[in-house]
Design a protein around this ligand. Sequence first.
Ligand SMILES: [Zn+2]
Length: 269
Amino acid sequence: MDNANQSKETITFLGTGGARFMIISQLLASGGLWFNFDGTQILMDPGPGCIVQVTKRKLNPQELSAIIVSHRHLDHSADLNVMTEAMTDGGFQKRGILFTPRDAMETDSILHSYLRKSIEGIEYLEAGKTWSVGNVSFTAPVRHVHMVENYGLIFKTKKHTIAYITDTRYFEELGSYYRGDLLMLNLTFLHKRTVPDRPGAPMDHLSEPDAERLIKEIKPKTTILTHFGMGVWRAKPELVAAALTEKTGSKVIAATDGLVYDLAELDKI
Ligand SMILES: [Zn+2]
C-alpha cells in the first residue's frame, strides 16, 4: 500500500464542461469529479463520458465508496449506470452507496432497476442532513433553485472543508449557506441571463457576477471554477478566473479537464 498516496486529499476533474451545448459538442469533457479524501474515494456527478475519463486517468472504480448525483440532469448523471457497473465489478461485487435527490429515483429513475441490487444502498439528499462515508462527512446545506431537485454539498475531511455549489439560480441567501477553505463553483454563464419566454426571470445557472458576489461573501482561501457553458469557454475560463481574482482579491482558478487539485495547496495560503 502506498502510504504517501493514501494520506493525500485530491480532487480530479473528469470534465469541466456544463450545460447542453458543451456536452453535445464535447469541447470540454463532462465526467464529473473524483474525490480522494485520505483514501476514501467518491465520484460526484458522473456526466457523459465519465467512464472514458476514469479509465483514461487510470482511476479504479472498484475503490469507490459512493457515487453522489447532485441532480438528474444529463450532464450530472448520464454515466451513472455504467459507473455503477464499474464500481461493482460488473455487478458481481455489491458495493457503494448512491446519494441522490429523491426525484431522480422516483420519477423516471436515473439508475436502471436491474442495477439497484448491485449497490449497498441509496440515500436521498435532503437539505440540512449530514452523512459520513469513510474519512469524510458531507452536508447538503440547502436545496438549490434549479429545474429539478438539486443540492450542493459541504465536505469535511480530516484537514479541510470544501464547499461545492452545483447548478443553481442565484438567490439572496445562497452564499450564507456555504463555508469552506475551498469553494468549487459551477460557472455556466458569463453574463446574467433571463429565461427567453419569461422576461426578467433569471436562468437557473450562476454567472460571473454571481460568482464575484459569492466569493466575496464566502471568502474561501481558493475558488475553483468549473462546469463552463459555451460563453465562458469562448471567453477563456482562465481569463475569467484571473479577472475574478482581481475583483475579489482572493485566489480563483479555472479547472481544466484532467486537473488533479491537491488540497495541500490550501495549507500554503
Ligand atoms: Zn442542471
